[in-house]
Design a protein around this ligand. Structure first.
Ligand code: SF4
Length: 106
């Protein structure tokens, strides 16, 4: 019978080497998920107003009180990021009422 030298067998080394790309891909995938979970750096989010005093509370993507439909995590109403876009309007226009009186049919 052959005596074991204590060094890993060739087959064991090959198994470890074969598993490395899978581990690398898994680590990369986890990194992507973590990056997607926090994209504040990607959008250069800051906790203070941007150029011209633009702030999240004036942005079309802001979700009161502390959310955003683009940037993840907690958003300050007076924060800002590069995706800022002015919210247009703010007050919904009322629909005109139909006239139903007989005098309008003549
Ligand atoms: S898109 Fe940017 S500026 Fe607009 S609410 Fe979200 S974080 Fe604020």
């Amino acid at each position: 019978m052959k005596e074991h030298s204590g060094a890993p067998a060739r087959g064991e080394i090959l198994k470890v080497i074969a598993g490395l790309p899978i581990i690398g891909a898994a680590v990369a995938a986890i990194g992507s998920i973590a990056e997607a979970a926090d994209n504040k750096a990607q959008f250069k989010y800051q906790d203070k107003p941007g150029p011209g005093g633009a702030k999240c509370s004036q942005c079309r993507f802001f979700k009161a009180p502390h959310g955003c439909s683009i940037v993840t995590g907690t958003i300050r109403p007076d924060g800002w990021c590069i995706a800022w876009a002015r919210r247009v309007g703010g007050v919904k226009r009322r629909q005109p009422m139909m006239r139903t009186s007989a005098s309008s049919i003549t």
